[in-house]
Design a protein around this ligand. Sequence first.
Ligand code: UN1
Length: 478
Amino acid sequence: MRINGSYVNGFWVEGNEHRDNVSPSDTNDIIGSFARASTAVLDDAVAAARSALPAWSMTSPQTRANLLEAVAAAIMTDAEKLGQLLAREEGKTLREAIGEVTRAAQIFRFFSGEALRMRGERQPSTREGVYVNIHREPVGVVGIITPWNFPIAIPAWKSAPALAYGNTVVMKPAELVSASAHALAEIIDRVGFPPGVFNLVTGAGSVLGEAISSHSGIDAVTFTGSGTVGKQVAMSATARLAKVQLEMGGKNPLIVAADADLDIAVDCAIQGAFFSTGQRCTASSRLIIEDAVHDDFVERMLTRMATLRVGDALDADTDIGPVVDQRQLDTDLRYIGIARSTAGSVVHGGERVERKTPGFYLTPALIVGARNNDQVSREEVFGPVASVIKVSNYDEAVDVANDTPFGLVAGICTTSLAQAEDYQRRSDTGMVMVNLPTAGVDPHVPFGGRKSSSYGPHEQGTHAQEFFTQGKTAYVRP
Ligand code: UN1
């Protein structure tokens, strides 16, 4: 079998160790064999990024814009093929996967424009005859560590701004989804970026993650993944005073107020909790329902859940694809077991099921009668598992929603404008959704959370500049 290598200084590097990736829909389906890079390969990638930096950071923004636009166009040309690969590799449905690929293209397109909007400021000094220029410059070599749940969108939303603002990149994707990252690297290679500007290093997070975070040749590290690993990344990066940006977990609340349109509320809950197999840091895992509509809401949820088809990611009839791997499936089942014995009752799903091919199929689980301090309501499961928590009124709903270590996103379904406005103020999260699912964000506006969900500047939109550039204030007496 062909070995898909790391991409270092414009060359594909196979290395000595490899890993076969399998499809979670069919564990007999081998997607490909991918290099497990050593730290020596990482060192080469960092050296390549460092030597490419001076020239790349001085390119005209039009050059960078053109290259990013070419990436966007190439992604769109291959959208169907990339979507197939992504669905096969990660297990989200083909519809979701093509949606994600399209989003990756939109992100490259947005940052293509941003390259041209990188502007500074000029002000008179307080001193006569002196003026001040405030410049924005690239931070340098950026280390990018990405998770398995968005195999192309998150690599896009970290690498596109990095490249647009004149940084060079060393990216390490989650090993479970090396193929999608590899496909993106092939596109970047094909459109003609100078060698060393973008480097891809595939392999084990346990080896490369720490090596990137602590590498003296990397100026800034951006990470999306678990809280535990995120903390290690931050410790290693801040120990050497490197800039760091972390996106971690969520235990996102969706409040359904007594006056909500229940059709909308059920739609938001189903999409937010169970689509993409619940494997999103933005998933709605706590459904906080006012007493007055609780029973009606649960009944409608059960009716909808009975229609959801769990199956092969590539099957057009599938609503919910498999869990990504055995390890995540074990975690999901462990939490469902804990819920069954300690937290209300699992009124639907939570069962491992068989399909035509061997895969990690799990029916979405709804837990009714859960309390906010149950383990399953406090810890991130990262699977199709949601707790329904009953509250007596709106104020209690807000308190319960905020009573969590996390603070990524929160949703509310209400027909009251006053309540929707009030909740935007009182929610202790980085993002709020009104009559919309908590998951599913736009590519051109800031993304990020608070508390243990996020650390450092927010991602995406024009705000991405905060992390991917650094300021310089120049005083000039001509
Ligand atoms: C979305 O909900 O559209 O890892 C995006 C995650 C997030 C991205 C969510 N960083 O789930």
